[in-house]
Design a protein around this ligand. Structure first.
Ligand code: NAI
Length: 462
């Protein structure tokens, strides 16, 4: 067995792990990063954020060419779909970015190991790859990510009943796609296939979509998606699904079974915390599989840290990245910090939905008095020019101090617009600070300014 020694070994090369590795290397530590996949980047780059965004972009172009360009005076003749080319482009985007991480590792002198890593006691990791390697390291960072969750009665069957991984690569457009779960994945990938021509039915257990998100914003989103042709059946508990030939049958409690071509199960994700040797160092995951940590990502075992999807908080790539940086800085210098109040969440549908901070429901529950400013994209010149006027910006500010506590956007490029709100909140801004900041005209960002003005009831263009 080969023996290697490093200061830090990171298990997992997703956004949490690879960023932690780079930051630790920048701080002068000798770093190893292990991943069982040949391709670096984890779920996000290989089978998550990046390929889904590539398909969202392509399918948006297709839908625009088919339905929207005419209104701009652009006639393109018959619009046809070349799905293999769309998929090839998606794969090329993934390839470029995953190769990019390999180059970053090289530049930062990080040693990448390919193989399955397991902790084998304090300061010891065994990698089972082409050869067996024992890595000795003072610090171990666990960043093993998550996998799609399943529900009782629904087993994955090839690519007929599957997760987002399969839905990123269907060989043809399903005639009827049933999506189980109206969360991030269900809405994004449901949108992709709906735009490409599938009938999409979303079955959601709760009486609302996007649980956890500001309710008013989620209801507005539901209306917009319905208008686009996505069918929602809320309050639907899926209890079974089967495949016969090319057809799937989905069983919903209390209503007739639904027959369709493919089923996308998007009911959340489960932390990857089994089979990584936690028992050798007495780390016990909680009932849902998460690894308990303290405020500095330290687990119950000395010098073993955990970040990203395997610890509490939202399962988001950028949250994992922030934790990776803070964890590496803590190891190298004793200090690292993540502001969990300022982590944005974005659903990359059309229009996009983006939020940061507290929802109205959370503020009410916490007994915090707030003022609310809302401004619609309908009254914004740039949105009109883009012909994308669905949606609004909502700013929630503390009733006494005017400090911005939450911003919720549904509308064109909401995912980019939210950055202003995140920066404002990070600096402890008041809604008046945003309202008094000059926003260029004509831009979508003016809706943010108007919503901030609306907190004090003095919006200009309404
Ligand atoms: P999710 O947690 O966002 O939504 C799952 C939905 O499934 C919930 O609405 C839940 O009520 C519903 N559900 C659960 N059991 C059900 C049942 N038996 N029948 C019907 N509905 C049921 O999970 P999702 O969409 O799978 O995403 C997983 C994770 O990936 C999320 O934590 C998300 O943060 C992350 N993600 C983030 C993206 C982004 O940042 N744009 C994109 C894709 C995923």
């Amino acid at each position: 067995m080969a023996q290697q020694t490093h200061d830090v070994v990171v298990i997992g090369a997703g956004p949490g792990g690879y960023v932690a590795a780079i930051r630790a290397a920048q701080l002068g530590l000798s770093v190893a990063c292990v991943d069982r996949e040949k391709v670096l980047g984890g779920t996000c780059l290989r089978i998550g954020c990046i390929p889904s965004k590539a398909l969202l972009e392509s399918s948006e172009h297709y839908a625009a060419a088919k339905h929207d360009l005419k209104a701009h005076g652009v006639n393109v003749g018959e619009v046809t779909l070349d799905l293999p080319t769309m998929m090839k482009r998606k794969e090329a985007v993934v390839r470029q970015l995953t190769n990019g991480i390999a180059s970053l590792f090289k530049k930062n002198k990080i040693t990448a190991y390919e193989g399955r890593a397991r902790i084998a006691g304090l300061g010891k990791v065994i990698v089972e790859g082409a050869e067996r390697t024992e890595i000795t390291a003072k610090h171990i960072i666990l960043a093993t990510g998550s996998k799609p969750a399943t529900i009782k009665g629904v087993e994955f069957v090839a690519d007929r009943i599957g997760s987002s991984t399969e839905a990123l690569s269907y060989p043809e457009v399903p005639e009827h796609l049933v999506v189980i779960g109206a969360g991030y994945i269900g809405l994004e990938l449901g949108s992709v296939w709906q735009r490409l021509g599938a009938k999409v039915t979303v079955l959601e257990y709760l009486d609302r979509i996007l649980p956890g998100m500001d309710l008013e914003t989620a209801r507005e989103a539901e209306k917009v998606f319905k208008k686009q042709g996505i069918e929602f059946r809320l309050g639907s508990k899926v209890v079974g699904a089967t495949v016969e030939g090319n057809k799937c049958t989905v069983v919903v409690e209390g209503s007739a079974p639904i027959v369709c071509d493919r089923v996308l199960v998007s009911v959340g994700r489960t932390p990857n915390t089994t089979d990584i040797g936690l028992e050798t160092v007495n780390i016990v995951p909680d009932a849902r599989g998460y690894i308990p940590i303290d405020g500095h990502f330290a687990t119950a075992a000395p010098n073993i840290y955990a970040i990203g999807d395997i610890v509490r908080g939202p399962m988001l790539a950028h949250k994992a990245e922030e934790e990776g940086v803070a964890c590496a800085e803590h190891i190298a210098g004793g200090y690292g910090h993540v502001n969990y109040d300022c982590i944005p969440g974005i659903v990359y549908t059309h229009p996009e939905i983006a939020t940061v901070g507290k929802s109205e429901e959370q503020l009410t529950e916490a007994g915090i008095a707030y003022r609310k400013g809302v401004f619609p994209f309908m009254a914004n010149g740039r949105a009109k020019a883009l012909a994308q006027t669905d949606g609004r910006v909502k700013i929630l500010a503390d009733a006494k101090t005017d400090r911005v506590l939450g911003v919720h956007i549904i509308g064109p490029r909401a995912g980019d617009l939210i950055a202003e709100a995140v920066a404002a909140m990070e600096f402890g801004a008041s809604s008046e600070d945003i309202a008094r900041t000059c926003h260029a005209h004509p831009t979508l960002a003016e809706v943010m300014k108007e919503a901030a003005l609306a907190v004090a009831g003095r919006e200009i263009h309404m």
